[in-house]
Design a protein around this ligand. Structure first.
Ligand SMILES: [Zn+2]
Length: 607
């Protein structure tokens, strides 16, 4: 900490010590800096500027530098012509640097918001500057002015003395009257991105002689939410807490970030389908005073990490996890499919805004987490393993999640979903699905073209698996066998009902379709598929196999069974959710119908 100590032994906060002194020190507002420098170079300086943007992103810093460079007696371009710099040695520069400028007047609009303050400014502005030819007023938080004050200000802006420049700064431009806005050149400041903040923090810690564990600065940069000033205040906070050794752990503790173990505990509860465990970890963090918005954001980051782990990415430097935590996260990620993790990510991501706005954020977060943890009741990719079935289940789960999160509902509904058309009524979707989704899509490319009149001669089934053990040849195993090389044909067969498989005594493979599924019957009777199926039947069952394909309104196909089981799971999930105390509480809070109720509509054919 000694490096940050001033000559009198007092600690100088980093934000002040490292406040940018020249345009070249400004991070993340390049578009504004360039425009202002060009205005000075070309002597086309406006009389009123409005700097808008969130706090701590450089509005007043740029205003001061702008004023200093305008007033400096020996402002000049750097050798490479890129930057305009003040000399920092003349009387004016020194005045401004010390904060005692007579001709650069900073006014806090929040504490000087009355009409008297503005009248004083108007009186004062009439007088020429004590030196030089420009007098600059910087009014911070200008949106705090009263209506009367704005009216007084407007009179000045309508006929400003030629030597005066106003720079207004605000976080809330919508509160400024249009009459004022129309007289200002406006600059919208951008949030500084994490990488830019991190780079600046690295510069500062290096110069301050601090030891930094990798990842610690990224944590601070992200916690600062785009505010350079906040990032430096946080850095101060961490230094006060941990001295000159900055670790990921010390950053988490001093900045109030949720411990990695808590986040992993919540994720383990969600992924392991144990909502109560997840809620217990939330409760712990909540009772320790953690901000639930921060908690949720951190959870989303960990989910991002889980997605990365799932696709085999190495421990990323942006997630700054300790090696042990990364291992744990990888293990947790194993519990769910990538699609499920993405779905959970979506639910929480959409819920973040809701949590931020709710007067009862904990209730909202609890509901969302329970939803994520019990989503397995709706999405069970393993038990619904066909590609077409997967599309349907994903849809069901998404609409379920969306129906709870009312503000998020529209967003979640518009989230990309492979297909929300029921398989049974949308043949083209289900037929094309395997090509898109099946891992064997590449191998089955000929099957796709077979649909468009491939000569039957080339359609000889190429068995992908060794011949089946005699006696084990069921209809289901046959379909799986077919799927190995002809996924499109397998999809058709899923809609058929088998009344008998061929044996050496009776060679008929008897398949029928209900009238609803006549489309698939027609498909199967087309020459290409008929030839394919016959070849498979002979190879899989017995050499004398032949086909009987009819239309009959009885029995249940695999596709129908899958549909029914899905509905049952939805119904069970609905019953479970309806009786859950949190859902009851949420319903009382939010009024409207929750997801499980909506599923009833679906059954009535409205969904
Ligand atoms: Zn100067």
């Amino acid at each position: 900490m000694t490096a940050s100590t001033g000559s009198h032994g007092s600690y100088i906060v980093l934000a002040r010590k490292w406040r940018p002194a020249q345009f070249s020190d400004i991070v993340g507002q390049g578009h504004i800096v360039r425009t202002l420098m060009n205005a000075i170079r070309s002597q086309r300086i406006h009389q009123a500027y409005l700097f808008t943007g969130s706090r701590g992103i450089g509005k007043t810093s740029i205003a001061r530098i702008f004023a200093k460079v305008i007033r400096c007696e020996s402002t000049r371009d750097t050798a490479d012509g890129e930057w305009l710099r003040s000399c920092d040695e003349c009387a004016s520069c020194k005045e401004i640097a010390s904060g005692n400028g007579i001709d650069v007047i900073e006014i806090d609009g929040a504490s000087n918001n009355g009409v008297e303050a503005v009248r004083e400014i108007r009186e004062n502005a009439k007088y020429m500057p004590s030196t030089g030819n420009r007098k600059i007023y910087i009014i911070d938080e200008v949106h705090m002015l009263t209506t009367a004050a704005f009216n007084a200000l407007l009179k000045t802006l309508e006929e400003p003395p030629a030597h005066v420049i106003f720079i207004f700064a605000t976080t809330e431009p919508h509160k400024i009257p249009a009459t004022i806005l129309s007289r200002c050149q406006r600059f919208d400041f951008r949030r500084v991105n994490v990488a830019q903040i991190q780079a600046r923090l690295a510069e500062i810690t290096r110069a301050e002689g601090l030891t930094v564990e990798p990842g610690a600065l990224a944590l601070i940069a992200r916690a600062a939410e785009g505010s350079m000033r906040d990032s430096q205040s946080l850095l101060d906070q961490v230094i006060a807490f941990s001295g000159s050794q900055l670790t990921v752990q010390s950053v988490r503790e001093s900045v109030g970030l949720v411990e990695g173990q808590t986040l992993l505990g919540i994720l383990a509860g969600i992924f392991g389908r144990k909502p109560l465990e997840a809620l217990q970890f939330v409760e712990q963090a909540y009772s320790r005073g953690h901000d639930l918005r921060v908690l949720t954001r951190s959870l989303i980051e960990f989910l991002h990490g889980a997605v990365l782990a799932k696709i085999g990415a190495p421990n990323s430097s942006t997630l700054e996890l300790a090696e042990e935590e990364w291992k744990e996260l990888r293990a947790i990620a194993e519990l769910r499919s990538l699609e499920e993790i993405e779905l959970i990510f979506q639910v929480l991501h959409h819920g973040l805004e809701w949590i931020a706005r709710s007067p009862q954020p904990k209730v909202v977060l609890d509901v969302l987490l329970v939803k994520c943890a019990t989503a397995e009741a709706l999405v069970s990719v393993d038990s619904v393993n066909s590609p077409s079935g997967r599309g349907t289940t994903t849809t069901a789960a998404t609409s379920g999640a969306a129906s709870i999160a009312s503000p998020a509902a529209s967003a979640a509904r518009s989230a990309p979903v492979s297909s929300n058309t029921p398989v049974a009524t949308s043949a083209p979707a289900s037929v094309s699905a395997p090509v898109v989704n099946a891992p064997r899509a590449a191998a089955s490319a000929p099957a796709a073209s077979a649909a468009s009149h491939q000569p039957a001669a080339t359609v000889t089934a190429a068995p992908a698996k060794p011949a089946p053990v005699p006696g084990s040849q069921t209809w289901e195993s046959f379909i799986e066998h077919v799927r190995g090389t002809r996924p499109l044909l397998a999809t058709i067969l899923e809609h058929g009902i088998c009344a008998g498989t061929p044996t050496s005594e009776a060679g008929a493979l008897r398949i029928h379709f209900t009238p609803n599924d006549s489309y698939f019957r027609d498909q199967l009777q087309s020459r290409v598929y008929h030839e394919q199926l016959l070849a498979f039947a002979k190879e899989y069952f017995v050499a004398n196999a032949f086909l009987q394909i009819e239309l009959k309104n009885e029995g249940e196909s695999l596709a129908m069974r899958r549909e029914r089981e899905l509905k049952e799971r939805e119904r069970n999930a609905r019953a479970a959710a309806q009786n859950h105390p949190i859902i009851i509480e949420a319903r009382a809070l939010f009024g409207g119908e929750l997801g499980p109720i909506q599923l009833t509509d679906e059954e009535n054919g409205n969904g």
